[in-house]
Design a binder for this molecule. Structure first.
Ligand SMILES: Nc1ncnc2c1ncn2[C@@H]1O[C@H](COP(=O)(O)OP(=O)(O)OP(=O)(O)O)[C@@H](O)[C@H]1O
Length: 278
């Protein structure tokens, strides 16, 4: 007998749809996503085989799916564990930045850095992570502007009243410019590096932020995290670092780990890690 959908049924369907959507978002860009696609395809073929009465094929696919459901938790144990941890941390409900959006933000910042570098315009960008930097930016010029190549270049354009000091970005906006950062007093820092680089390093000693510096003198881009400075970054390295930053969701340890890995994998390309020790 057909009965009409009640409000409870509709809510039930909506909750299930939302849960599937969030779980798919968690699985996106993991190995498990390929498996989900594969399972969907096999499921579809299996339904077709049953509808067309292909007895042997549908029997075989049914058995195969049964075996897969037992094998999945074993093969994908790390992914499943990570997914459950994410759910525990509340990621299921948190707004995630889409890959396209992260890519476009990373591109805007990258293009700005490349332009500033090509013109030898000094710049200092601080990418805020889980440590709030309100103490730093509340006495500076608050912008709350969209992240774009043009906005970043204009901030550091010589003669602009905002060009002195650092600009602070979070994962979506340029929070403030003309920020005064604490200077590092690391005695091992190269004597060729001035206050811009000391400021870039200083903020990473007191927070988990990332700094990116364009040197006016040397026309190179450097990167600082956790009190370590890496000089002379190439475009591809910067792209990866920025992408990691805009994609990551307040996971200091894993972000640090991924950035370290990126730097290591590129080391043959000329990055001097821990430049502060020079
Ligand atoms: N505490 C600070 N916080 C933020 N920015 C600072 C701070 N101190 C200096 N700066 C910025 O650094 C600029 C001075 O750079 P300086 O030439 O001393 O450094 P540098 O490390 O040699 O950089 P570059 O290679 O670009 O010359 C200042 O004009 C200012 O914009």
């Amino acid at each position: 007998m057909i009965r009409f959908l009640s409000i409870r049924d509709i809510l039930d369907i909506l909750i299930i749809a939302f849960l599937i959507y969030r779980i798919l978002l968690l699985l996106m860009d993991t190995r498990a996503m390929q498996l989900v696609k594969g399972l969907l395809l096999i499921g579809l073929v299996s339904v077709l085989a049953r509808a067309l009465h292909f007895e042997v094929l549908s029997w075989m696919l049914g058995k195969f799916l049964g075996v897969l459901f037992i094998a999945i938790p074993i093969v994908f144990q790390p992914e499943l564990r990570r997914m459950l941890e994410e759910i525990g941390k509340g990621s299921l409900w948190r707004q995630t930045v889409s890959k396209e959006k992260a890519q476009s933000l990373a591109d805007e910042v990258l293009r700005a850095l490349m332009y500033l570098q090509s013109q030898r315009i000094g710049a200092l960008l601080v990418l805020q992570r889980s440590t709030g930097l309100k103490d730093i930016w509340q006495s500076a010029v608050k912008l709350n502007a969209e992240i774009s190549q043009e906005a970043i270049v204009s901030i550091f354009w010589p003669g602009n009243p905002l060009h002195d000091g650092a600009a602070i970005l979070d994962r979506e906006r340029i929070i403030a410019a003309s920020c005064f950062l604490p200077l590092s007093d690391n005695p091992d820092i190269s004597r060729w590096l001035g206050t811009r680089h000391r400021a870039a390093l200083g903020i990473t000693e007191v927070s988990d932020a990332i700094s990116l510096v364009v040197s006016e003198e040397r026309g190179e881009v450097s990167f600082a995290i956790r009190g370590h400075l890496s000089r002379g970054l190439k475009e591809a390295q910067l792209r990866q670092l920025l992408l990691h930053y805009f994609l990551s969701e307040n996971e200091p340890a894993s972000l640090l780990e991924r950035i370290r890995r990126t730097l290591t994998s590129f080391r043959s390309g000329g990055v001097d890690d821990d430049e502060a020790n020079r």
